[in-house]
Design a protein around this ligand. Structure first.
Ligand code: ATP
Ligand code: MG
Length: 363
């Protein structure tokens, strides 16, 4: 067995720079490293429906947006299989069997699901599908026998849940499923990029995002009005860099060469942080620098997007082909799962003969 990647995003909006540093950029690097035998990238529309059942149009509209973001960030359909979750029926079938291996109390303990339920004000009205989405994620990961799942930090409890299901399945039914490992960003600032409003996570659902497809002007405006240290009122005041989103974004995006190019008064980010902490450095100056750094990263992505937008039917064709390829792989895993569970009655010659004997000897 080789090294296999499975990861994806919910089509609930266009992708933002949090997705980019948390997962997407890494995927492109992994794809181009040549170290992986197979890479599956999934647009998780079925999962998006678990908390958007009354707004299917939102999900439908955003599939193409996410696909365009993928292509413009550098995912290459020649090297990675890009597909749509709902088009792979085997995934729901696997989920159905995995549900028997997980308790309700175990699902209730999942910290990410807990905070997402709170964020959506679900309280007692949680859709069952939403509550059980960690199980469906286990189906997605195991269907492709993924060894590696590159995601942001919020996905750690999902991976833990998947690993438990794999362990339980293999213990009960015999070695069948591959145990996956999570691959988190190396850079701490990228684990969970905060929102432009200072909230803990940049998230499509919170509307505090810088999107990969935002225009240059929109990005500039969002950066210039970003939340910073609220106690840093005058330029001469000492400022705080910890928990300050402007500096967290710089941690995530800027490299020493950016200083040489855009802010030569400082050698590196440590020097800039020291000045801000001491006082005498205004937010506007830091934000202008951040804007240049982020624009440099986003400009080529924006340009490539314009090219892909010219042939939308081709993007759908690419997704359709990817979905067919993905389905063939998932079908193999499902057949294996059914064999292990011994629910493969018609191909089980021994079972049929054994039953025939039993009934004939009784007769
Ligand atoms: P939603 O609000 O609909 O859940 P989302 O913005 O959380 O959307 P997802 O599609 O749930 O996005 O997440 C896709 C991937 O991006 C996951 O791997 C997740 O860990 C990562 N990710 C999402 N937001 C961030 C963030 N702010 N920082 C780092 N990684 C992130
Ligand atoms: Mg999410």
């Amino acid at each position: 067995m080789g090294k296999i990647i499975l990861t994806g995003d919910r089509p609930t909006g266009r992708l933002h720079v949090g997705h980019y540093v948390g997962s997407l950029k890494r995927r492109v690097e992994l794809q181009n490293s040549g170290e992986y035998d197979k890479i599956f990238i999934m647009i998780a529309d079925a999962q998006a429906l678990t908390d958007n059942a009354d707004n299917p149009e939102k999900v439908r509209q955003n599939i193409i947006e996410v696909a365009l973001d993928y292509l413009s960030a550098g995912l290459d359909p020649e090297k990675s299989t890009l597909f749509i979750q709902s088009q792979i029926p085997q995934l729901t079938e696997l989920s159905f069997y995995y549900m028997n291996l997980v308790t309700v109390s175990r699902l209730q303990r999942n910290p990410t699901v807990k905070s997402e339920i709170q964020m959506r004000n679900f309280e007692a009205s949680i859709p069952v599908g939403f509550f059980t989405y960690p199980i469906s994620q286990a189906a997605d990961i195991t269907a492709f026998q993924a060894t590696t799942v590159p995601v942001g930090e919020d996905q750690m409890p999902m991976l833990e849940q998947t690993r438990e299901i794999v362990h339980k399945f293999n213990t009960v039914y015999g070695e069948t499923l591959t145990m996956p490992d999570i691959l988190l960003p190396d850079n701490k600032a990228c684990l969970r990029l905060p929102g432009t409003d200072g909230k803990a996570k940049m998230s499509k659902s919170l509307g505090n995002c810088i999107y990969l497809s935002d225009s240059e002007e929109d990005v500039r405006k969002k950066i210039m009005s970003m939340f910073t240290d609220p106690n840093h009122l005058r330029v001469e005041d000492p400022g705080q860099v910890e928990g300050n989103p402007v500096f967290i974004y710089l941690d995530a995006f800027c490299r020493d060469e950016h200083f040489e190019k855009y802010l030569p008064d400082y050698k590196n980010l440590d020097e800039l942080k020291a000045h801000y902490t001491r006082g005498g450095l205004g937010d506007v100056k830091v934000k202008k620098f951040l804007n240049k750094v982020i624009q440099e990263e986003l400009a080529p992505i924006r340009e490539r997007r314009k090219e892909f937008e010219k042939d939308i039917p081709a993007v759908y064709r690419m997704l359709e082909e990817g979905s067919k390829k993905a389905e063939a792989v998932a079908a193999e895993t499902l057949a294996q799962v059914k064999r292990s569970m011994k629910i493969n009655y018609f191909e089980d010659r021994a079972l049929i003969e054994e039953q025939a004997k039993r009934f004939n000897s009784e007769a």
